[in-house]
Ligand binder design. Structure first.
Ligand SMILES: [Zn+2]
Ligand SMILES: [Zn+2]
Length: 366
């Protein structure tokens, strides 16, 4: 039933956030469907695992409930049984007061459960993958996506009946939508009428446009607003933009799973961007100025004389926009001082001369 997300990402159970992120990034890169070595199923699985383990709350929940945690619920959050199970709906009052055991247990154990009440007719969710550049992730963007989905049939208003009003009263339940049954030999309970699925009426003349299904399949363009600061593996939920529900039931949701395409020279850590540059050791000793690529364009970076290797320079506010917050992270430029491994004759001569000077200067070295 459940998947071992730690195993999928190849990390230990006690792995810290940075380890998990690193493992995710490496695998996502490896299996990205755009690559020759890509594997869409594997890629999805990795994304799914990261959505849970990369989120503090969801990871806690997953650790606690282990394999009963349904990955689908990872996006909905807050419910250890996953999206399928919802107490408020399962035991709903008012017009949805009828419920049957099969429905509740079916949901609890991850299945859809047999048809019961209006909720079984809710439209299904749609998931799409959306590639964006690092720059788009930093500043936010809006994208149009084309999907094929089920819409509510217009001529019959989603009822499946001709013009939306050609019905007969249901004979099985005399229009009440419910029937009484005896369960376990003694309990009498009200269950949803299986013939009309609780509608109390049956279709007389079928809608010709949708063959009485109440839905039509169409290509639609949907605009997705992508907030600044979004990260790889995060999903945007567009409520009600999934497949249409049947008989007036609500539509499913649309999930756009964000894939931030890796950009050479940048690595993201939270809201900071990390980049590395190599300079020759002479440049580090003498000081210099180099050109550094930022997401906003090129900037000049002053390297002071005597810069040691692995020195970090912070470019304030050149990182990623903080998601749902203000300001930007920084860009951290790591300068690596390069010591040559091969020297020309002239370089060797010059260095030997320099070496003599340096040793003379500072006798206490050896
Ligand atoms: Zn009925
Ligand atoms: Zn129709």
């Amino acid at each position: 039933m459940g998947k071992d997300y730690y195993k999928i990402l190849g990390v230990e159970k006690g792995a810290n956030d940075a380890d998990i992120k690193r493992a995710f990034r490496k695998l996502a890169h490896e299996h990205h469907p755009d690559k020759a070595s890509g594997d869409i199923e594997k890629f999805k699985e990795i994304n799914e695992a990261y959505q849970v383990l990369g989120n503090k709350e969801k990871r806690q929940q997953y650790d606690q409930f282990g394999t009963t945690f349904d990955g689908q619920g990872g996006m909905g959050g807050g419910n250890p049984f996953g999206q399928g199970f919802d107490f408020s709906q399962g035991f709903g009052g008012g017009q949805n007061a009828d419920f049957d055991l099969g429905d509740i247990f079916g949901s609890m154990f991850g299945g859809g459960g047999p048809a019961g009440g209006g909720r079984a007719n809710r439209g299904t969710d749609i998931e799409v993958e959306l590639d964006i550049s690092l720059k788009e992730a930093v500043f936010g963007t809006s994208k149009n996506i084309s999907i094929r989905k089920e819409n509510s049939c217009e001529p019959c208003k989603g009822t499946g009946a001709d013009k939306g009003d050609s019905f007969d009263q249901c004979k099985s339940c005399a229009g009440s939508g419910r029937i009484s049954t005896t369960v376990l030999g003694t309990f009498r309970m009200q269950t949803v009428c299986p013939d009309c699925k609780g509608q109390g009426k049956t279709i007389k003349d079928k809608c010709g446009n949708c063959s009485a299904t109440g839905v039509t399949t169409e290509n639609v363009d949907i605009n997705v607003e992508i907030p600044a600061g979004i990260d790889n593996g995060q999903a945007i939920r567009l409520a009600g933009q999934g497949n249409a529900g049947k008989n007036g039931a609500p539509a499913g949701d649309l999930y756009a799973n964000i894939v931030v395409v890796a950009e050479k020279g940048f690595e993201r850590q939270g809201f900071d961007l990390i980049s590395e540059y190599d300079i020759p050791f002479t440049m580090a000793a003498l000081g210099s100025q180099i050109e550094v690529k930022t997401i906003d364009g090129k900037v000049k970076l002053k390297i002071p004389a005597g810069t040691p290797s692995a020195k970090k320079f912070i470019l304030k506010g050149k990182g990623v926009n903080r998601l749902k917050s203000r300001g930007r992270g920084d860009q951290v430029v790591i300068i690596n001082v390069d010591v040559p491994t091969k020297l020309s004759k002239k370089q060797k001569q010059l260095l030997e001369e320099l070496n003599k000077e340096l040793i003379k200067d500072k006798k206490s070295w050896f």
